[in-house]
Design a protein around this ligand. Structure first.
Ligand SMILES: Cc1ncc(COP(=O)(O)O)c(C=O)c1O
Length: 397
């Protein structure tokens, strides 16, 4: 066998999201696209804001000389300056261009920061349920994922995190708003996390890093103000992208922002730029860097997702499902009425509804719905969710 053992093992544990996606394709061939209700893949259904199209057209009409050439590995100065300005305004911290490195989406950014900090066998703590790709990204860089349970409402469990911190811990990686739960970590939990990490640094005699995956940062509801993790812990590194807020996932544009107060700041930034180059990304897509620079305060209409959240959450509750109300992202993560989440997801499939079993996110007994789809898909699927709820005696509970 030519492929590595590591990749072979990873392929054998194939992603549940992908598996559901493939089974969904079969269903679609059998019943037709419009008759299958696909909530499996987190692919935003909204178009980018009109401002993006305008900027794209302007650039095509008046190209800038050399705009397709190689550039510094960290990205264009004008883009990094615009982002630093945005971050400084948001946080009140002295962000400058040098604190920002443009990356190939948040996925590229996560691989870059992990490569920059991990040695073979180092551990990264990740609260679960979690975005499964984290495991592979950490593994890519020779690290080990160390999962910790969250509380029943999927908030951070500080006690579990404290217990997991050990000799090999290098960083903790959190994701808020969260995929798959839609939960937002509140200010208090981030303050407490910051305090815990500072205390642990003293005990360990070295510095742990906090990596925050904020790919859904601007997709928040009910007027929720997302706390700024940079304020509660100096060694914080934010990884994010415009995949969701500007609906550009196929364009692969994101960035890493290192707190101006991060330990060994210059070395850290050099390591990030080196990893970006040598992982083969070289630099983030040029055209997109130009386009997103002036759009730092723009985003898709988040109300559209909020309405879908309301529709789904309200209906699932009415059908008797146990579910935490998501405050952001575009996922909802109800408890399956039976222990076997795979069997339950198959029940939904019999109604031509595609979801992903919770075990695909480290949490068996639950299932994930991605509601970044047209309203009519949700409306047409609701009777199926109700029928399955009835089958398990949930309705009216
Ligand atoms: C939690 C989380 N992090 C990172 C990513 C990757 O985002 P990007 O498209 O910017 O690489 C995703 C994509 O779904 C995600 O859900």
């Amino acid at each position: 066998m030519a492929i590595s053992k590591k990749v072979k093992d990873a392929l054998e544990g194939a992603s549940w999201v992908r598996r559901m996606f493939e089974e969904g394709e079969e269903l679609k061939q059998r019943y037709g696209d419009g008759n299958v209700f696909d909530f499996s893949l987190g692919n935003p259904d909204l178009e980018p804001p009109p401002s993006l199209k305008k900027a794209l057209k302007a650039l095509a009409d008046q190209p800038i000389a050399g705009m397709h050439r190689y550039m510094p590995n960290s990205g264009y100065s004008e883009t990094r300056k615009a982002i630093a300005h945005y971050l400084a305004e948001e946080s009140g911290l002295p962000f400058e261009e040098r604190h920002v490195v443009m990356t190939v989406g948040a996925a590229g950014g996560l691989n870059v920061i992990l490569k920059a900090i991990l040695d073979e066998g180092d551990e990264v703590i990740v609260p679960s349920p979690y975005f499964m790709e984290f495991k592979f990204y950490i593994n890519n860089c020779g690290g080990e994922i160390r999962l910790v349970e969250t509380n029943d409402d999927f908030s951070l469990n500080l006690r579990e995190i404290e217990r997991a911190i050990g000799k090999r811990t290098k960083a903790i990686l959190i994701n808020s708003p969260n995929n798959p739960t839609g939960v937002v970590y509140d200010q208090r939990s981030l303050e407490e996390l910051g305090e815990l990490l500072k205390r642990k640094n003293q005990e360990l005699g070295r510095t742990l890093h906090l990596i925050t995956d904020e790919a859904y940062r601007r997709i928040v509801y009910d007027g929720t103000k997302l706390p700024i993790s940079f304020l509660y812990y100096p060694h914080t590194i934010r990884v994010t992208s415009h995949s969701k807020d500007l609906s550009l996932p196929g364009e692969r544009i994101g960035y890493i922002a290192v707190s101006p107060y991060c330990e060994d700041l210059d070395e850290m930034i050099s390591a990030i730029v080196f990893a970006n180059r040598t992982l083969g990304f070289v630099n983030a897509p040029a055209l997109m860097q130009r386009l997103v620079a002036p759009l730092q305060k723009n985003s898709v209409n988040v109300r559209v997702y909020e309405e879908k959240r309301d529709l789904f959450y309200g209906s699932l509750k009415a059908f008797g499902y146990e579910v935490i109300k998501p405050q952001g992202a575009f996922y909802i993560f109800p408890k399956a009425p039976i222990e076997d989440d795979v069997a339950f997801v198959k029940d939904l499939q019999s109604k031509r509804i595609l979801t992903v079993p919770g075990r695909g996110f480290g949490k068996p007994g639950y299932f994930r719905i991605c509601y970044a789809v047209e309203n009519k898909v949700i409306e047409n699927a609701l009777p199926g969710f109700k029928e399955v709820a009835e089958k398990y005696g949930l309705v009216g509970k």
